[in-house]
Design a binder for this molecule. Structure first.
Ligand code: PMP
Length: 433
């Protein structure tokens, strides 16, 4: 019996397409940094699942926590508060900078974006939300309105009051000084002049990722965030920091915003906090909590403050602190980056290498002189890498070459990094020859 064609026949008959093509591999087991198909072939997972499995797949302590809680305390009426939930809120309060202090827990990144935006609107009494023009904050209706890197033109009007700000894309920014360096100050002046002209005087918040990941691994230059926060403050806006992918140590610091010496008004975590399980958090200050409550904030979803996933969150943070995950991300990230720069020296089609810690990107070009975007070339390399045993995600935005996102779990070994780099090398070699 050809079980593979039977599987795809069943898939195509019953599983609805959501607009994302299905991967050709059928994974039956995921363990640590590796995925396996039924024949036992292994694929290195350099995307941490959907950028979530920070500590690798099926980390034994997380498996144990799930087993314990699923049989002891799985899920309750949403207003019944349990120990794991309060413990997680306390743990978060201890690792976020003051005055951030109070948290609540949800399931997904989209949900935490929805809640954060709603809070900013209630607290400020305003309704306009600014986001980078290459942002990704989710695809539910409100979050999707603040997302510019995916499918924006489909699905009808977005929620009113959405304004876009130029993303800090140093590699292709038209704002350059005479010496060729990225003139982000002038770009930011331009961005705010556009916002101030378009705003109807109701600016509520700027929602941002500290490194735009789905937007092509855009890491703002040092100094950028400090000035950005000051501009928001001058306009009475809140800053919502979405650390879905960057939070909990991946970039080498517990939170990526810490590099810039800024403190957001609202912090949203998701993917990495649950390490592959559905857990998200929203953290804010006592003052903003009070303002939202007085203005009538209401949030009550089925899995609000669920004990099972909160117990997982506690375990993730315990491991992250105990095993000094930030240092590991810095060390393995430096190794990965060094290897990518060597590939850039070898292959003309790698235009740029960028990122921080274990969130690295390489942008593919189709012409070394003009740096024209090379989306098809990137896809061919990515397909070949997958065929050779490396899963890495590629994002394509208009006007940008395909960008490989490399974000292996922080538990990745030095040997696994070398193996991944070797496969990438083979894939580039194969496609370019
Ligand atoms: N914010 C960021 C920065 C993300 O990368 C994502 C997911 N790619 C989301 C929010 C949305 O999260 P989810 O898909 O869990 O709703």
């Amino acid at each position: 019996v050809d079980t593979t064609s039977a599987f795809w026949a069943k898939t195509n008959k019953y599983l609805m397409s959501t607009g994302v093509p299905f991967s050709p591999v059928i994974i039956t087991k995921a363990q640590g940094t590796r995925l396996y198909d039924a024949s036992g072939r292994s694929i290195l997972d350099f995307t941490s699942g959907q950028m979530s499995s920070l500590l690798g797949h099926s980390h034994p302590e997380i498996v144990e926590t799930v087993q314990q809680y699923v049989s002891q305390l799985d899920h309750l009426l949403s207003n019944m508060i349990t120990h794991p939930v309060v413990d997680l809120a306390e743990r978060l309060a201890k690792i976020v900078p003051a005055p951030l202090e109070k948290s609540f827990f949800l399931n997904t990144g989209s949900e935490s974006t929805e809640a954060a935006i709603k809070m900013a609107k209630l607290y400020t009494g305003n309704f306009e939300i600014v986001a980078f023009a290459a942002s990704y904050h989710g695809l539910t209706q409100g979050a999707g309105s603040a997302t510019y890197s995916a499918g924006r033109k489909r699905g009808g009007p977005v929620i009113p009051g959405q304004l876009a700000f130029p993303a800090p894309y140093a590699y292709r920014s038209p704002f350059r000084k005479a010496d060729g360096s990225y003139d982000w100050e002038t770009e930011m002046d331009f961005g705010w002049s556009m916002i101030d002209r378009q705003s109807v005087g109701s600016l509520a918040a700027f929602i941002m990722e500290p490194i735009l990941s789905t937007g092509g691994i855009l890491d703002p230059p040092e100094g950028y965030m400090k000035r950005m926060f000051a501009e928001c403050k001058n306009r009475g806006m809140l800053v919502i920091m979405d650390e879905a992918q960057t939070g909990v140590g991946r970039t080498g610091q517990m939170f990526a915003f810490e590099r810039d010496g800024v403190v957001p008004d609202i912090l949203a975590l998701s993917k990495t906090l649950g390490c592959g399980l559905p857990l998200a958090s929203v953290t804010t200050t006592v003052e903003i909590e009070r303002g939202c409550t007085e203005a009538g904030f209401l949030w009550l979803t089925t899995h609000l403050n669920d004990p099972l996933t909160a117990a997982v969150g506690n375990k993730v943070l315990e491991i992250v602190e105990r095993e000094n995950v930030c240092n590991r991300a810095t060390e393995r990230g430096a190794q990965l980056r060094e290897g990518l720069i060597k590939l850039q020296e070898k292959y003309w089609c790698i235009g740029d290498v960028r990122g921080r810690g274990l969130l690295q990107g390489i942008e593919i070009i189709s012409d070394a002189q003009t740096r024209a975007p090379g989306s098809e070339l990137g896809q061919a390399v990515s397909d070949r890498a997958m065929a050779c045993g490396l899963s890495c995600n590629i994002v394509n935005l208009p006007g940008m070459g395909g960008v490989f996102r490399l974000a292996p779990p922080v538990t990745v070994t030095a040997d696994e990094i070398e193996e991944g780099l070797r496969i990438l090398d083979e894939a580039f070699n194969y496609v370019l020859k």
